[in-house]
Design a protein around this ligand. Structure first.
Ligand code: F6R
Ligand code: ZN
Length: 192
């Protein structure tokens, strides 16, 4: 009898991908220079500080194919601002994406092209539909690594320039008790 193949394996409790040769990309503080609000706090940390790592299954990248990858975002802060991903909109901006929370706790920051922001809580089992034309960024507000699975069209690509120019309208910072607060220009709102 033909032996069925063993496919790649995702450990949903830890986000660890295995059983396939992975494509991995690590991002350090140096890669995100100037992204966080407090330059002095940023300068106090080593530029080699690891912030996040994306492990992807290799795809063929063609029209109609899907990519899948797990983002592991470390817990920590630059000043009082929680660690976050760079954030992007897709190069093919109309292409949507799904995120699934696996472990840890955080927020998904979404911003449409009119600059309207919203946040979704990310936790084990959370499901997030990111429509086309919406920029997205993960923020780790917890004390442990935040891991989230993403599935998106291979043709979507990443446009990092647009959000580098526009910036996200919200920042997520720790309040007096360490609770996540959303800062929008000068207004600060507790979200716990
Ligand atoms: C893919 C996607 C995620 C992110 C990852 C890292 O479209 O949204 O896999 O690429 O969370 O974030 P960025 O790409 O903003 O550095
Ligand atoms: Zn994306």
């Amino acid at each position: 009898m033909m032996t069925p193949m063993i496919p790649p394996i995702l450990d949903f409790a830890t986000g660890k991908l295995g059983g396939a040769e992975l494509v991995e990309k690590s991002t350090t503080l140096a890669d995100l220079q100037g992204l966080f609000a407090d330059p002095r706090a940023e300068a106090a940390l080593s530029p080699d500080t690891p912030l996040y790592r994306v492990a992807m299954l290799p795809g063929n990248g063609g029209e109609g194919d899907l990519n899948m990858g797990v983002t592991h975002l470390e817990a920590g802060m630059i000043g009082n601002e929680f660690f976050m991903t760079r954030g992007h909109i897709h190069a093919r901006a109309e292409q949507a994406e799904y995120y699934f929370g696996l472990c840890g706790r955080g927020l998904l920051l979404l911003q449409d092209m009119a600059g309207v922001c919203r946040l979704e809580q990310v936790f084990p089992g959370s499901v997030h539909h990111i429509p086309g034309h919406v920029a997205h960024r993960l923020v780790n507000t917890g004390e442990t690594q935040l891991s989230a699975l993403a599935v998106w069209p291979a043709i979507a690509g990443h446009d990092y320039r647009l959000m580098a120019e526009r910036g996200f309208g919200l920042r997520v910072v720790a309040g007096k008790e360490g609770e996540p607060c959303v800062v929008s220009s000068e207004v600060s709102v507790s979200i716990t």
